[in-house]
Design a protein around this ligand. Structure first.
Ligand code: AMP
Length: 500
């Protein structure tokens, strides 16, 4: 069923050499031929640097097509690609490099002096966001590697560190099969063809931009409109020449603020996809009213690639993340038992998408990955009678107040429907009597909306124990680069709210 080099042979096979792989504002288009020649040259550089099959190549670089070539070149050379968030500081990078012991580290030229002492055993090469650096210099003089180094389905292709909001960040080990199987399923489910043009404005150090967007495009042989970062003007300009957008929910809320977002502007588009954080029902509805398109929401995580998706054809239900992907089993568990449909519990998934464990952390792996392949996602959710999955929050974000469980999403949904409320985040804060108290951090559309207005609007809709003990108005919610609300930061900021 699988080729000797599972991922590379699939990725390299789809686009004809002369087809456009990527266009970039103000720069030349790059063809599939140029993409893979460059990747092959980088593979030659890596092999010459002593990379052996299974060795790690760490990359903390800006977003560029050369960085995509570095990913492909690493896999071609039999290596394991380890992208690092470009926002990580030197001390954070020090931990990843010590943990992953890469053979090669590629960093921005401006960081090389700081990185070299952190990886004394590694060869350090540079790559700037404009594609210049010692990596591309070395590659320019070398022939492309002709054949990818053979790797099997279970061999690692990448390690991605999770964002690690609690404790140490963990390196999720992803195999060739994990990546290839998931991108094939998504390509077919979302009906990608060589005629598509995908607007790519996500970072490429995260599973969403690197695997979901880039691998699906490569597998279908379609073109990317490759933007260095999110830019509402640039996306609006690209819409008439594009067919698909993949984004985090903040892409959609910010685009809704743009006057250029119209039904006509989106007339050539066939699909808008959202994931990595919950999409508000309100955003879904406003988007449909403005553009005529129903955003397709899907759910996944670093350890599992994608797990569920709303259907391409059929009902896309706002507020849900859709149905399990073909080949992915999903169950909801509580106290070691599978719950009935309609009941809340922790989501577990099993399938070819599920990672091979955490790098160097056998204990953590054993805690979260069961021997029979089920992975405890840590997300709490519920499956309805038709099989649609709704995420109600992270297990660690659930609030236990006076012995009662409160699921933040339920309270947030009610608060968000109060007129004048833009969005909210519900957290648990230490409380002398209750253990934890429910606290809502609320962003209003206008400063005239006050705590009391929100509190008054909640009385009929929520049981007393679910109602926030305190409502705190603020101008915006703290989010990471993937648009996820940083609940830990909110808990830290409000930890002293009930201290006497
Ligand atoms: P990451 O590993 O950084 O991709 O984060 C994965 C986590 O993001 C999941 O475990 C979920 O908690 C959350 N997530 C991803 N997609 C969605 C979605 N569509 N709705 C709600 N939460 C999501």
């Amino acid at each position: 069923m699988y080729d000797a080099n599972h991922l590379m042979t699939r990725l390299a096979g789809a686009g004809g050499r002369d087809r456009v792989f990527a266009s970039r504002p103000g720069l030349e288009e790059m063809s599939y031929g140029t993409l893979f020649d460059g990747a092959g040259r980088i593979a030659t550089v890596l092999a010459a640097a002593g990379l052996r099959p299974g060795d790690r190549v760490a990359a903390q670089v800006g977003k560029s097509l050369e960085a995509v070539q570095l990913y492909l070149g690493t896999v071609m050379a039999g290596g394991v690609f380890l992208p690092l968030n470009s926002a990580y500081t030197a001390s954070e990078v020090a931990y990843f490099l010590a943990d992953a012991t890469p053979r090669v580290v590629v960093c921005d030229p401006g960081q090389a002096d700081a990185i070299v002492p952190l990886a004394p055993e590694a060869r350090v090469l540079t790559l700037a966001a404009d594609g210049e650096g010692s990596l591309t210099d070395a590659a320019a003089g070398l022939p492309p590697m002709e054949e990818a180094v053979p790797r099997g389905a279970n061999d690692l292709a990448a390690i991605l560190y999770t964002s690690g909001t609690t404790g140490r960040s963990k390196g999720a080990m992803l195999s060739h099969e994990n990546l290839a199987s998931n991108s094939l399923v998504l390509r077919d489910l979302w009906r990608f063809t060589p005629d598509d043009v995908l607007i790519h404005a996500l970072p490429i150090f995260h599973t969403h931009g690197l695997f979901v967007a880039t691998n699906v495009a490569l597998l279908s042989g379609c073109a990317l409109h490759f933007l260095p970062h999110f830019d509402a003007d640039a996306i609006i300009d690209a819409l008439p020449f594009s067919t698909v957008l993949m984004g985090v929910p903040t892409f959609y809320t910010r685009l809704l603020d743009h006057p250029g977002l119209t039904r006509e502007a989106a007339g050539n588009m066939r699909l808008f996809i959202s994931g990595s954080a919950p999409l508000l029902v309100d955003t879904h509805e406003k988007w449909q009213a403005r553009t005529g398109h129903r955003i397709l929401e899907r759910y996944g995580m670093t350890e599992t690639n994608m797990n569920t998706s709303n259907p391409y054809e059929g009902e896309r239900r706002p507020g849900t993340v859709g149905l399990p992907l073909p080949g992915v089993d999903l169950r909801v568990m509580d106290a070691g038992l599978e719950v009935k449909r309609g009941e809340i519990g922790v989501i577990e998934v099993r399938g070819p998408n599920v990672f091979r464990g955490y790098w160097n952390m056998p204990g953590k792996t054993a805690e979260e990955l069961r021997p029979d392949g089920w992975f405890k996602t840590g997300d709490q959710g519920v499956v309805d009678a038709d099989g649609y999955v709704t995420i109600v929050g992270r297990e660690k974000d659930m609030v236990i107040t006076g012995g009662f469980n409160v699921y933040p999403k339920e309270v947030e949904t009610v608060i968000d429907s109060v007129p004048g409320v833009h969005e909210s985040a519900v957290i648990g804060v230490p409380h002398p009597d209750l253990g934890e108290a429910v606290v809502a951090i609320v962003v209003a559309d206008s400063p005239t909306v006050k705590e009391g207005d929100v509190a008054a609007a909640l009385t009929g809709d929520l049981a007393g124990f679910k109602r926030p003990k305190r409502i705190v108005m603020c101008s915006d919610l703290p989010r990471n680069t993937m648009g996820k609300v940083q609940k830990k930061a909110l808990r830290d900021d409000h930890a002293g709210l009930f201290e006497s």
